[in-house]
Design a protein around this ligand. Structure first.
Ligand code: F6R
Length: 369
């Protein structure tokens, strides 16, 4: 049932190109427009929305953080992302013009379920993004967009995460399409790029041997830090979460711009720091700033592990280890940048003798608050 792999997690990492393609299947028509027929919230309601709130936990929360960048950029609707466990306890502002998106692989996470119940009680529309047919969260929502990752058995989420991102992008682009934003042309281009993104995920997977080797060489470390900016920041958080839950190591993700406000004090000789570098095209200011960050931490002794786009030569002099990812539009980069993080955590955990499919103290679905 592991299809020749030693662990479900390895199988699920390898299945990601297909999971991504399956989640897009039938949702983009021949003319390059989105068809989300299952989104049973009337276009009139979608046009009148004045706020989107995403609630989720863990890895699904990180997908939500990335979705915020896409939703606000393509639709200009303000978007908040909140940990489901915090949401209803602070009396959040909700009304019928709010779209609440509950993201959950299992569809059974109690924190997320309680958050969506609270939102519906306040009259908000709730859309579930979910991987499990007929589970509680989609049943209690107004509409559901299923991710088609297939069953995810390993406790740590991998393929479900990538498909959650795809579903979030689809919702963001669809809202842009329905509401007709000034980004119309860009939206058409992104839909095209999204439809070929599974090939890019496939390409990353084929180049992971050096990442595995690196992970094994770090098995006796105590701490790994992760840095990113823009959509790379939530990717850094996800990289750190994977390492905590699988390798039982201290790992933290930071927004690279925050380094100088405290975390840079943590940098010491030979500390591994993974940095997700934004594309040098597009928002090139951010790219240049992160290159300076890499220089700064390296000057203080950090061992830099740099995840950067193919063709980005500016990072080369400062990278102790360089991991290349395919060129993608800025907002879609997490779909390829997250993959080396998963492989890294899985291999490092295995090297430490841990059970990657069933990490200690964790359960696949968390049905208590
Ligand atoms: C991390 C992980 C958890 C889940 C979280 C939400 O690898 O698996 O952080 O992402 O418990 O679970 P779902 O998506 O089922 O609501």
């Amino acid at each position: 049932e592991k299809g020749g792999y030693d662990y479900f997690m390895l199988k699920e990492i390898a299945e990601q190109p297909k999971a991504v393609a399956d989640t897009l299947l039938g949702r983009i028509d021949a003319a390059g427009s989105l068809r989300l027929d299952e989104l049973r919230i009337p276009p009139r309601v979608l046009r009148e929305l004045d706020k989107v709130v995403i609630v989720a936990c863990g890895t699904a929360f990180h997908a939500g953080l990335i979705a915020k960048y896409a939703i606000e950029h393509w639709t200009r609707i303000p978007c908040e992302v909140e940990l489901a466990s915090e949401f209803r306890y602070r009396d959040p502002i909700l009304d019928p013009q709010t779209l609440v998106i509950a993201v959950s692989q299992s569809g059974e996470t109690m924190d997320t379920l309680m958050a969506l119940r609270h939102a519906r009680e306040q009259g908000s529309h709730v859309l579930a993004i979910c991987n499990t047919n007929g589970s509680t969260i989609p049943r209690e929502s107004d509409a559901v967009l299923y991710t088609h990752a297939g069953p995810e058995v390993a406790v740590a989420s991998t393929k479900a995460f990538l498909t959650q991102l795809v579903a979030c992008y689809l919702v963001a682009l669809y809202l842009g399409q329905v509401r007709g934003t000034k980004w119309g042309d860009e939206i058409q281009d992104v839909i095209k790029d999204l439809s070929s993104i599974s090939g890019a995920v496939e390409r990353v997977l084929k180049t992971m041997e050096p990442v595995r080797e690196l992970a094994r060489s770090l098995a006796d470390k105590n701490t790994v830090l992760f840095l990113g900016r823009h959509v790379g920041y939530p990717v850094a958080l996800e990289g750190a979460l994977k390492l905590k839950e699988l390798a039982y190591m201290h790992a933290e993700g930071f927004a690279a711009g925050e380094l100088k406000h405290g975390p840079i004090a943590l940098i010491e000789e030979d500390l591994p720091v993974v940095v997700v570098v934004p594309s040098p095209r597009g928002r090139s200011v951010l790219h240049d700033k992160i290159v300076s960050n890499i220089q700064e931490i390296r000057a203080r002794g950090a061992r830099t592990i740099v995840i950067a786009e193919e063709g980005d030569e500016a990072v080369v002099p400062y990278a102790d280890h360089l991991v290349r990812i395919p060129v993608t539009p800025t907002l879609l980069q997490p779909l390829v940048a997250a993959v080396p993080m998963q492989v890294f955590a899985c291999e490092l955990a295995t090297a430490r003798g841990n059970d990657v499919d069933q990490p200690r103290n964790l359960a696949k679905s968390v049905t208590v608050e």
